[in-house]
Design a binder for this molecule. Structure first.
Ligand code: S3P
Length: 431
C-alpha cells in the first residue's frame, strides 16, 4: 500500500477494540527483558515501534516469542543482558532509543543504537545530559543525534530537575537508576504519562512518588520479576475514532478496552470541553493501569484553545485536534507546543501544509497553529503528504471523512508505526 483513498462518510457505527497501548508495550517489553523469569504480555501493541523494542531486547539476549499480540519474554535478571553483535535498530521509535539508552548506559559492554532517517534527526541531548550526569559515557553525532555509541559504565544516582516535560527523558533516567549506586530522583516541570512508574511497581521495583518527584532507592537489592500482564487498548489510537464519530450527528461508536490512565485522559477532557458526547463504561484496573470502554456519539464541537500544562498531556493527540479544527464552531488554536516540531515529523508544518491543501485557513506559529473553524468554509478532498508520520496520516484520513470529495493519503502505510490495521478498522465503522 503506497497510497490510500478515503471517501467521505455519513456516519460511524458499531464497535472497535484497539491494539495495545504503544507506550505501555515498550515499557513491559524492556522490563520483561530485565526481569528474572518469564513475562507473558497479552494485547501487546501491533505497532512497528514496539516490535523495534522487542527486537532490541532479543539482540541483547532476552528470549522473545511473539504470536500476534501475545508476547512471551524470558529475561535473565538485571545483570543478564549481553552485548549485541550488531548495532541496535530503533526504527522510527523515539521511545525505544531514549528509554533503552538509560538501560544501556548501566551495562558492562558497549552498544551502538540508531534508527531511520527521521529518528536520526530527532534530539537526543535531552537524555545525554542526565545520563552523563549519572556517569554514562555516550557519544552522539554532533552531540545531539543518533547513531549513539553507549559505553556502559558504573552509574551513580542523581537528583534531576527536568528542563522539559518529557516522559521519555523521565523514563530514561528511572531505568538507568536501576543500575546506579545511590538514590535517584527526577522532578518533572509538568506531569507526563506515568507508565514507567506503574510498570516498575508491577515488576517489583519499589519507587516513591510525591507530587512531581519520583524516586528510586537503589539499595543493591533491586530485583525485577517476570509476570503475566495485559496491555490496555491505546487511547491515542482511540482518539482518531472519537474524532471521526464526533463529525457526524448520527454516529454511535463503542470503543472497547481502552487505557484510561489519568495521565493520558486529558484528551477526553479537551473533547468534553469542546462539547463532544462521551461516556466511559466498565472501568476496571489492570495491573496498575485503568481500562474501560468509551461510547461516543456525534456532537457539535465548539473548538477552543489548548495550551500550557495541558500540552504534554495531549502531545500525541494534537495532530488529530488540529485536523478537526475546520469542523468546529470557533476553530482550534494550539499554543506552547514547540515540541511538535521535533516529533516523527515537524508536525506543525505538516499540519499547516496538509490542512491548507484541503482548503482550511491556518496561521502557523513557531510553537503552534491556529486553524479557523466552520465559518472559513468546508474542507475538500486533496492529496495528503504525511511526511512519513503515522499520526499525520491517520489524522487526515479522519478529516477526509467529513470533506467534499475523495482524499488520497500518500505513503499511507506509515500508519503501521503505531496502528497497522488502522485503515481497515476505520473503513469497518465508517458508513
Ligand atoms: C512517549 C512520550 C512522549 C510521546 C511519545 C511516547 C512515551 O514523548 O510523544 O509518543 O512513551 O514515553 P516525549 O517524552 O518526547 O514528550
Amino acid at each position: 500500500m503506497s497510497k490510500k483513498t478515503i471517501h467521505p462518510a455519513k456516519t460511524l457505527a458499531g464497535g472497535v477494540s484497539l491494539p495495545g497501548d504503544k507506550s505501555i508495550s515498550h515499557r513491559y517489553a524492556m522490563l520483561a527483558g530485565l526481569a528474572e523469569g518469564l513475562t507473558e504480555i497479552s494485547n501487546f501493541a501491533l505497532a512497528a515501534d514496539c516490535h523495534s523494542t522487542l527486537d532490541c531486547m532479543k539482540a541483547l539476549g532476552a528470549e522473545v516469542k511473539a504470536d500476534k499480540s501475545l508476547v512471551r519474554v524470558t529475561g535473565y535478571g538485571l545483570q543478564g543482558l549481553k552485548s549485541s553483535k550488531r548495532a541496535l535498530d530503533a526504527g522510527n521509535s523515539g521511545t525505544t532509543i531514549r528509554l533503552l539508552s538509560g538501560i544501556l548506559a548501566g551495562q558492562n559492554f558497549i552498544s551502538k543504537i540508531a534508527g531511520d532517517d527521521s529518528l536520526n534527526k530527532r534530539p537526543m541531548k535531552r537524555i545525554l545530559t542526565p545520563l552523563r550526569e549519572m556517569g554514562a559515557h555516550i557519544e552522539a553525532r554532533d552531540e545531539n543525534f543518533a547513531p549513539l555509541e553507549i559505553h556502559g559504565a558504573k552509574l551513580h544516582g542523581i537528583h534531576y530537575e527536568m528542563p522539559i516535560a518529557s516522559a521519555q527523558v523521565k523514563s530514561a533516567v528511572l531505568l538507568a537508576a536501576l543500575f546506579a549506586e545511590g538514590d535517584t530522583s527526577v522532578i518533572e516541570p509538568a506531569r507526563t504519562r506515568d507508565h514507567t512508574e506503574l510498570a516498575l511497581e508491577q515488576f517489583g521495583v519499589p519507587i516513591e512518588r510525591r507530587g512531581l518527584t519520583t524516586r528510586i532507592v537503589a539499595n543493591g537489592k533491586i530485583k525485577v520479576t517476570g509476570k503475566k500482564i495485559e496491555v490496555p487498548g491505546d487511547l491515542s489510537s482511540a482518539v482518531f475514532f472519537i474524532a471521526a464519530a464526533s463529525l457526524f450527528p448520527e454516529s454511535t461508536l463503542h470503543i472497547q478496552g481502552v487505557g484510561l490512565n489519568p495521565t493520558r485522559t486529558a484528551i477526553l477532557d479537551v473533547f468534553a470541553r469542546m462539547g463532544a458526547s462521551l461516556q466511559m463504561l466498565s472501568l476496571r484496573s489492570a495491573q496498575g493501569e485503568v481500562i474501560g470502554d468509551i461510547v461516543i456519539k456525534g456532537a457539535e464541537l465548539k473548538g477552543g484553545i489548548i495550551e500550557r500544562a495541558e500540552i504534554p498531556l495531549v502531545i500525541d493527540e494534537l495532530p488529530m485536534l488540529a485536523a478537526l479544527g475546520p469542523y468546529t464552531q470557533e476553530g482550534i488554536e494550539i499554543r506552547d507546543a514547540a515540541e511538535l516540531r521535533v516529533k516523527e515529523s515537524d508536525r506543525i508544518a505538516a499540519l499547516a501544509e496538509n490542512l491548507r491543501a484541503m482548503g482550511a485557513k491556518v496561521d502557523e506559529r513557531p510553537d503552534g497553529l491556529k486553524v479557523q473553524g466552520r465559518s472559513a468554509g468546508k474542507l475538500h478532498g486533496a492529496v495528503i503528504e504525511p511526511r512519513g508520520d503515522h499520526r499525520i496520516a491517520m489524522a487526515f484520513a479522519v478529516a477526509a471523512l467529513g470533506a467534499e470529495g475523495p482524499t488520497t493519503i500518500r505513503d499511507a502505510e506509515c500508519a503501521a508505526v503505531s496502528y497497522p490495521t488502522f485503515y481497515d478498522d476505520l473503513a469497518r465503522v465508517a458508513e
